[in-house]
Design a protein around this ligand. Sequence first.
Ligand code: NAP
Ligand code: GLV
Length: 314
Amino acid sequence: MTLLIALGSGDPNPWVKEFTALLPDRPTVKLGDSYEPASIEFAMTWYHPAGSLAHYPNLKAVFSMGAGVDHLFRDTALPDVPVARVVDPDLTNRMSEYVVLHALSILRQTRRYREQQKHLQWIDDDWQPAAAEVRVGVMGLGVLGSDAAQKLKHIGFDVAGWSRSAKSIDGIQCFAGDDALPAFLARTDILVVLLPLTDATRGIVNRPLLKGLARDGRVPAPSLINAGRGNLHVETDILECLTDGTLHEAVLDVFQTEPLPEASPLWTHPRVTMTPHNASVSDPLAVARAIAAQIRRFEKGEALLNTVSRTRGY
Ligand code: NAP
Ligand code: GLV
């Protein structure tokens, strides 16, 4: 009945404390503690060391500490048990705040006016489209993408989304599947990436894709916001596209290597806004409560919520 906390980095002790309080009738341990492997029935992980879950004969389910599960599926020795992820309104709201903040910041040219202020420049030329004249395209219309799309719509943007399977969301133009991708891109001035990282999406945000974005918009050139995963994009392609005018701005929360290496030109690029993979952080108490509730469900014989497909990778 033991829960194992398996973190690749960070301090597991606050989690052990939280789960011990929430599940007082069963032990919570962390990797490196001394325990009987046969006692481990559940594991909560975040970038656990590959292979570190392979030796628990009674493991029944694995919980991701976050919304993404790519960190789990990179472990080729991951036991064949159900995998569930976090779906939490707090996490969803935080992501939508991030997306709306940066879409508005691109629309209202925050970066440009900050620069002008630095140089005591009062330049008020006439380019300021309304939100309704700017087309936002959200790649990934899952829990996070569909919420962000609806909030962007509420602000007034002209919003579309793209997903694997067909969707119908009030007020949002929905595109589905690879065949629909060119049409989706061709009507996109601000591209928001909220896809999961899978074999099908790795490197998808590359130069050919960025070249396919709208060229007839009310913006100088299209912009990119990626808060999904760093390996969805190709950083050298983003830099090239910023240099040759294919892209106007890039807002990146996630990177191919994290932390971003000091040598990366993204750090100092004048049209890149970076955040340290915290567009939406999981509130530890909310996550611990959700996982504790999942364990109780499972033990009552009820189906786990928010399970993911190993074949699809999300
Ligand atoms: P989700 O509910 O699983 O939604 C994923 C969406 O992507 C779905 O609409 C899915 O299509 C679509 N999709 C997947 N593969 C696709 C493909 N090959 N082609 C087209 N569409 C595809 O995931 P979520 O909860 O919205 O989270 C999305 C991602 O955000 C996570 O996986 C994680 O990487 C990232 N994230 C980042 C942060 C951060 O702080 N930066 C925080 C939380 C999450 P269908 O609807 O047809 O299945
Ligand atoms: C954060 O990146 C998450 O996947 O929850």
